[in-house]
Design a protein around this ligand. Structure first.
Ligand SMILES: [Mg+2]
Length: 344
């Protein structure tokens, strides 16, 4: 099998530019409101012009404002982006049933071919079709595994096209910094540096036991990644529509304080999971069931955020306030049996 990793270029910013041609030559930053440099959220996506000023995803919006005050700052419109995302995933699904959507703008596609020439042709068709239908560019990486395809797609962004054939994997990885391996972030890289490990080649000097000691459960996978080996399969059904949690109380609750506490705890868990899964959402929902099984739901738009960005802590005040508003409607009436929190 040959794996393609398709990654849209500066997805949110690109959509904004497509839909408003006046933005074409301007630095565009999608994210939190900069509030003249005092805003507290983060950058969700910066277009390539803004990146020239040093602005990047997940950077505090106040810092982005300092670097590029004349940029056009836009709030993310996740629902609009999701529609575009669905259209792109539909295009991809035509080429193979082995499709794994990783996030709103990223997917793996497994091709049941062993011929790289064929895979390249298909990938070029995909790129062209996405551009023709959506007027958006993407970067595609082609390789023998998810690991290599993903690294390849990041190599020549934007509008990149990179092929790494099996015999080139070892050599390709050898001199790269360890950060190139997905799962090795700046913190881990720092830890490794102290051990004298800077490149993937260096990483190969560590035994599997050592790696397991350092990274726990992930040790074995990273040990194999360093050698270009990736045992992960393409997971088709992974795309989630929503993330939610609920709790049924041991006994029906009448204290509003208690219900609120539980709701906030559920919110925290839901947001943590959304972050872990890189799940983008625009709506917050609350479910309340009274002791007599009368059940209500309420929802509100929280169209401010993506897992990567717009807020610093991921359990930000903005969600809490939205949640409290929803929950308060249902309190002080009857005893409560169940509380649920969901984002979609
Ligand atoms: Mg992208």
């Amino acid at each position: 099998m040959i794996v393609l990793h398709i990654d849209m270029d500066a997805f949110f910013a690109q959509i904004e530019k497509r839909d408003n041609p006046a933005l074409a030559d301007k630095p565009v930053i999608v994210g939190a409101d900069p509030k003249g440099g005092r805003g507290r959220g983060v950058v969700s996506t910066a277009c390539y012009i803004a990146r020239k000023y040093g602005v990047h995803s997940a950077m505090p919006i106040s810092q982005a404002y300092k670097l590029c005050p004349h940029a056009v700052f836009l709030k993310p419109d996740i629902e609009r982006y999701k529609k575009v995302s669905q259209s792109i995933m539909k295009i991809l699904a035509h080429y193979s049933t082995l499709l794994e959507q990783v996030s709103i703008d990223e997917a793996y596609l497994g091709l049941e071919v062993n011929d790289y020439e064929k895979a390249v042709k298909i990938a070029k068709r995909i790129k062209k079709e996405i551009y023709e239908k959506e007027k958006l560019t993407c970067s595609i990486g082609i390789g023998p595994s998810k690991l290599i395809a993903k690294i390849a797609s990041g190599k020549n962004k934007p509008n990149g096209f990179t092929v790494i054939r099996p015999h080139g994997v070892e050599k390709f990885l050898k001199d790269k910094k360890v950060e190139i391996i997905p799962g090795i972030g700046p913190k881990t890289a720092e830890k490794l540096k102290r051990l004298g490990v800077k490149t993937v080649g260096d990483l190969r000097r560590l035994t599997q036991e050592k790696m397991e000691k350092l990274f726990g459960k992930r040790g074995r996978e990273l040990y194999l990644f360093a050698r270009g080996i990736d045992e992960r399969t393409i997971e088709r059904e992974r795309q989630r529509k929503s993330i939610g949690k609920e709790v049924t109380f041991e006994r029906d609750i009448s204290s509003p304080q208690e219900v609120i506490e539980v709701a906030l705890e559920l919110l925290k868990e839901v947001l943590q999971e959304a972050k872990k899964e890189n799940f983008h959402f625009s709506t917050l929902l609350v479910k309340i069931r009274y002791f007599d099984f009368e059940t209500h739901t309420a929802q509100t738009k929280v169209n401010l955020c993506t897992p990567r960005g717009c807020t610093n802590s991921y359990t930000p005040g903005v969600y809490k306030m939205a949640l409290l508003k929803l929950v308060l409607k249902f309190l002080g009436k009857k005893k409560i049996r169940l509380v649920g929190v969901r984002v979609k």
